[in-house]
Design a protein around this ligand. Sequence first.
Ligand SMILES: *[C@@H]1O[C@H](CO)[C@@H](O)[C@H](O)[C@H]1NC(C)=O
Ligand SMILES: *[C@@H]1O[C@H](CO)[C@@H](O)[C@H](O)[C@H]1NC(C)=O
Ligand SMILES: *[C@@H]1O[C@H](CO)[C@@H](O)[C@H](O)[C@H]1NC(C)=O
Length: 594
Amino acid sequence: MVGMLTRVGVQCALFVALWFVFLSHDSPYARHKFRKYSHRHGPHGEASVQVASTKDDFSWETVVPSEALTWTDCYSGNQCARLKVPLDYSHPDAAFATIAMRRIQSTVSHDSPDYRGPILLNPGGPGGSGVDFIASWGSPISTIVGPEFDLIGFDPRGIGRSTPRVSFYKSRVERELWAGSGDSAKVLSMNASADTLARSWARAIVDGTLAGERDDGSLRFINTDHTARDMLRIVKAHGREKLQYWGFSYGSVLGATFASMFPDNVGRLVIDGVVDSENYFAVEWSNNLLDTDKTWMQFINGCVAAGPMGCALFAPTAAEILENVDRLETSLRARPIPVRTSISFGLVDYSTLRRTIFKALYSPYAQFPTLAQALADLSAGNATALFKMSESPGFQCGCDPSEYRFESVGEAGSAVLCNDGKRIPQDYEGVLAHYQKLSKTSSFADLWEPVRMSCLAWPDFPKTHFQGPFVANTSFPVLLIGNTADPVTPLWAAKKMSQGFAGSVVLTQDSPGHCSLSGPSICTQKHVRQYFLDGILPPPDTVCPVIASPFPAEDFKTGMDQQAVLALSAADRSLSEAVRELSMSFDIRFPAGL
Ligand SMILES: *[C@@H]1O[C@H](CO)[C@@H](O)[C@H](O)[C@H]1NC(C)=O
Ligand SMILES: *[C@@H]1O[C@H](CO)[C@@H](O)[C@H](O)[C@H]1NC(C)=O
Ligand SMILES: *[C@@H]1O[C@H](CO)[C@@H](O)[C@H](O)[C@H]1NC(C)=O
């Protein structure tokens, strides 16, 4: 899939001319571009989540794994490598794992004194593929960090093209029939019907049982502790001692783990969309939704402010829009709507609506206007647009199993988070109590409860790996980034985690959405570049604005005008193009499966 994806990035010369076109989703060009993104990231978005690219144009089998770093050209213009690392770091000579890496090389020559080495990226999940991440967003991210750095996306052990690969099922077909994949791995609202919670509980126990039964002995080594050690190996294979890293979402757990385990090996470390690692390792999943309703209200209030021209779901007050959405939920619960499109078919039901709303909160700049239109269509009885927001082509068997040897699968994410965390009791009453408590923190608890359930019947492996505390005097201070309305990683968690890392700074981005790249901020990304390049941290309490609003009508009021664009330096212009491009497509899932 990835090889054929030629970047549609607009060149600088065209930039000004196209600026205004970008601002409106209604223009044919923007629609085209947006569709292209959806198309391009549809499969990928799932990669950080469920199924990745089902097929690769590049054959990873041709790359011989080695302990030394050997790069092979791949994916027209990138380099790929497979690094051999110990499967079990307490018996480093017993067996090995291989870590698949994809690199965008610095344009500054590696011999030049200006060359600054590799930055490792982690796209979250857990279960997200760094190789796919580079394919989708590597190019604008390298515009941000600058030409002095290589960017490396790697598939963490257990995931995608790294081996051993986690799989609970005997075949793709078995997985598809039981769990589904991609958008057919439908996350249900626990509020969909009276027995949804209980059924999900029982299904999770089947999954945990399969995980144990089909483990070849490698499953226990798929954890964040070992991935942090793998990152150190990657750094050392480059002949370096210090890690440079930008981790998103779950990638903040990985980053915080690395910083705590190897504080003397921190060169630059950015964690963005920060998870409370203690809560994560306790398998609580209880404080992720502190700002979810705030993000949802930014959709509602943004729609009111955008006016009838800017927001298809417009009503004069927030209360009226909320009532309309409630009505849609009640109506779908009673009468799901059948949908047939040119590529697939299915139902829009209560869970579809809840899930689609929740998912849109991750990427407001790409999705709010689309969501508003889809909800307005739904009010008029047409569910097609809502269905299409998470449509994926139907499952294809594939004649040749080796084609799918490196496919990312949903259960890889569960493996990481369940191995990482403490054991949790299996009884239904405990799950019910957890759900009731979680429901008090957010109206989106119905979609979040399943995350923790995936660990209910997890095999009883010894828990000898690092699980905290997340405190360190790191050899270089950590930079944490949080958005003011992140639906799954509230700013609060960034501030909490910062307390453990001496000298660390929290940079706040004033935008809704998950991770800084979901919102277009020149300010934030300049700080990121300054941090990587010059080692300068933003002053404490820095709050960065974004250059647009999620609703295009607002763009014209509060976004940058043409004069402002012309006044930008060439570097800032390409930066603003990169952040805007990212905000229109960036979409990583936390956790796997959502
Ligand atoms: C429903 O909306 C879609 C666009 O999402 C449109 O193509 C289709 O014609 C509409 N169907 C009806 C019956 O209006
Ligand atoms: C569940 O549905 C009921 C209506 O059937 C509603 O009152 C309640 O707010 C919903 N709860 C959540 C968490 O969505
Ligand atoms: C960090 O350094 C301070 C001052 O030297 C010391 O008190 C503290 O215990 C150190 N923290 C860690 C986690 O090593």
